[in-house]
Design a binder for this molecule. Structure first.
Ligand code: ADP
Ligand code: MG
Length: 387
């Protein structure tokens, strides 16, 4: 789960990580009030969307007077903000963070995420922080230092110092940085984060160290033990089909292709997507209905796939184990009765009760293309994609 900058900063505040003063606002009047509360200019007005690159896209603006506050607020609120992370369609801005404008001496980078290869938490830091960090990573990766924290041992003193010295911090700033990075580490672990990124972490003209930007993602599989965090979820920022799928506990991820697919088991789902690509087509989604799916889940999954307007054909690939082929067939037939299936549907199933499953499909009178095996299924979807 992703959250907004203003929400991440609220958590930072709870953990004692220094942040600028600021407040979220949902309309121009609230922006004016928040700016008045800050009590001095300049203020910075920042679009709140679940994507980075807002500065470059025109979603972060400075206002030096009351008049500018109103102007900037009305420009940003309601704009469709396009950044390198939103895709060309952009995102509608529904709220902004109104923040004190700081005099920045230097912009640093600090990021934390799990590293799968070492099974540790990697902390990355760079002196070359700010809006061009992607370029730094691509062209001068040596400017990014990394320490790998063993989650059983926690962040060690020498590692925090390694980061501080790697950032070339003056002694007074080292003293501010060490407790700060420890607090961020605690925040990361306590909340089962999959990412905490502060870009920029700034040194101000008056020698303070603050998190000027804040990006946090959480491990969805751990959210059950962080019920309080669920209040931060913003459905406006999520793909509507993914939101609907999550209501039925379906593992659905929307993609850009035109061949929808429904599979049981994540491994088989990935293999099926490979198969679709191998046959020269592009998958429209990932959907693992799960090993123990009910007919109702199959029905919902099928309906969600079909409501994606890009889908020109569907491949259902099920290996009947715990999910029996007859249950699957029943779900598909029920779904097909309720929604108008306008695209060809190829089904490949094998395993428990496969004969009963085939009977159900045949008896339904639906126009389903039954594939003999995986290879045949691949060939059939490829033909759909080509036609
Ligand atoms: P994004 O990463 O989405 O572009 P940031 O929050 O990093 O958004 O803001 C972009 C840039 O705007 C920062 O690198 C910084 O230079 C400037 N900025 C952001 N917030 C403030 C602030 N409160 N005071 C001064 N400058 C700011
Ligand atoms: Mg940033």
């Amino acid at each position: 789960m992703k959250i907004h900058e203003y929400q991440a900063k609220e958590l930072f505040g709870k953990y004692g990580v220094p942040i600028p003063r600021g407040k979220v606002a949902f309309n121009v009047d609230q922006v004016k009030e928040a700016a008045a509360e800050l009590g001095r200019f300049p203020v910075v007005i920042k679009a709140q969307i679940h994507a980075g690159g807002r500065g470059k896209g025109g979603g972060v603006k400075l206002a030096r007077t009351e008049k500018e506050v109103a102007e900037v607020a009305s420009n940003i609120l309601g704009m469709t903000l396009v950044t390198h992370q939103t895709g060309p369609e952009g995102r509608l801005v529904r709220k902004v963070l109104v923040e004190e404008g700081l005099a920045i001496q230097k912009e640093l980078y600090l990021g934390m995420l799990p590293d799968r290869a070492t099974a540790k938490i990697v902390i990355m830091a760079s002196e070359a922080g700010g809006m061009d960090i992607e370029e730094v990573a691509a062209k001068t990766p040596e400017k990014i230092i990394k320490v790998f924290v063993d989650p059983l041992l926690g962040l060690q003193g020498f590692q925090a110092r390694q980061l501080a010295y790697g950032l070339n911090l003056q002694p007074e700033l080292v003293k501010l940085f060490i407790p700060m990075v420890n607090r961020i580490y605690k925040l990361f672990v306590d909340n089962d984060c999959s990412l905490v990124e502060i870009n920029p972490l700034v040194i101000t003209d008056d020698g303070k160290l603050l998190a000027l930007d804040a990006k946090m993602n959480f491990d969805d599989n751990a959210l059950f033990r962080h019920k309080d965090l669920l209040d931060y979820r913003d459905l406006d920022e999520e793909d509507p089909l993914e939101v609907e799928a999550s209501r039925y506990n379906l593992n659905y991820i929307k993609m850009d292709g035109n061949i929808g697919n429904m599979v049981n088991g994540a491994g088989l789902a990935m293999a099926t997507m490979d198969l679709i690509k191998l046959a020269g087509a592009e998958p429209a989604n990932f959907l693992d209905v799960g090993g123990g799916a009910s007919a109702e889940m199959v029905e919902n999954g099928f309906r969600i796939i079909l409501s994606d307007p890009n889908v020109k054909g569907v491949l259902i690939n099920i290996f009947g184990g715990i999910l029996r082929c007859d249950v699957l067939a029943q779900g598909v037939v029920e779904a097909a009765k309720k929604v108008d299936v306008k695209v060809p549907v190829v089904i490949r199933m094998e395993g428990t009760n496969v004969e009963q499953g085939r009977e159900i499909l045949k008896a339904s009178g639906l126009n389903l293309i039954v594939a003999k095996d995986l290879k045949d299924a691949a060939q059939k979807v490829a033909n759909i994609a080509k036609s």
